[in-house]
Design a protein around this ligand. Structure first.
Ligand code: PEP
Ligand code: MN
Length: 274
């Protein structure tokens, strides 16, 4: 792709695959890394129950948003800054690393010291000033593909992070908009091998937003492993029916445990460590 020719994301600039290390956890480099947890952190009980369960099932990183970008301003917007106390609680009570979404550069003031990985969500993939600021921190960052971005646009968004001096970038495919309505988005599994032809950065899949349906999370996850993804970002809730956001695409704790054991068996076949 012509416009990627002289970019830092391109394989031409760096032949060997980038492996992002977050403390003792690797994303890339032959690992299959599962990041799991609630769409949104709601309460101490919900977060701790989920954290303990996903840790017991073998996950090393908890996901959980405290600020939620919602389509409607009347939908739950997240618990906000108070959520930092829940993040601290998880750190005290478990050995999990924490991943959360950053919506505003100013939030770095209280997020940077508490979380291990920042997530830039689909809606902010092309918020270029946010990309520059997060890039300057050097913190590990998951960049989600905008639902209407081409792979080239996705990679050029990642380029903002790398150009600001941050190599710790993980790309996340989370489904794109098509005419199909049965699924919430159309999960573009071929984005994984295609991105691997173009870039050295690790690529993970979000089977929750990518499908919108709990029943499709397991097949989408197995598909991710089969096409060479470096991991998953999955929504898990102790009681999905009661979730304040995205319950329909969240696994309950037992379903997550089952999926993890199925993925462990498949990971061996594909020569990945989980
Ligand atoms: C999320 O992962 O919490 C999220 C909001 O997803 P996306 O940005 O892909 O819509
Ligand atoms: Mn969600």
């Amino acid at each position: 792709m012509e416009r990627l020719a002289h970019t830092k994301v391109s394989k031409a600039s760096k032949a060997e695959p980038t492996c992002v290390r977050v403390e003792n956890v690797l994303i890339g480099g032959g690992a299959f890394t599962v990041i799991a947890g609630p769409c949104a952190m709601e309460s101490a009980e919900q977060v701790l129950t989920t954290a303990r369960a996903v840790e017991a099932s073998g996950a090393k990183i908890l996901r959980g948003s405290i600020f939620k970008p919602r389509t409607s301003p009347y939908s739950f917007q997240g618990i906000g800054r108070e959520g930092v106390d829940l993040i601290k609680l998880v750190k005290q009570e478990t050995n999990l690393l924490i991943e959360t979404e950053i919506l505003l550069a100013q939030h770095l003031d209280f997020l940077a010291s508490e979380v291990d990985i920042l997530r830039i969500g689909s809606r902010n993939m092309d918020n270029f000033e946010l990309l520059k600021t997060v890039g300057e921190t050097g913190m590990p960052v998951i960049l989600k593909r905008n639902m209407s971005a081409t792979l080239k646009e996705f990679l050029l968004a990642a380029e903002y992070l790398l150009d600001a001096g941050n190599e710790n970038v993980i790309l996340c495919e989370r489904g794109i908009r098509t005419f199909e309505t049965y699924t919430r988005n159309t999960l573009d599994l071929m984005a994984v091998p295609a991105l691997k032809e173009l870039t050295h950065l690790p690529v993970i899949i979000d089977p929750s937003h990518g499908t919108g349906r709990r029943s499709l999370i397991a097949p989408a996850s197995q598909g991710a492993l089969a096409v060479g993804a470096d991991g998953l970002l999955i929504e898990v809730h102790p009681n999905p029916q009661q979730a304040k956001s995205d319950g329909d695409q969240s696994l309950n704790l037992t379903e997550f445990e089952r999926l993890m054991s199925q993925l462990k068996a498949s990971a061996e076949v594909y020569g990945k460590t989980l």
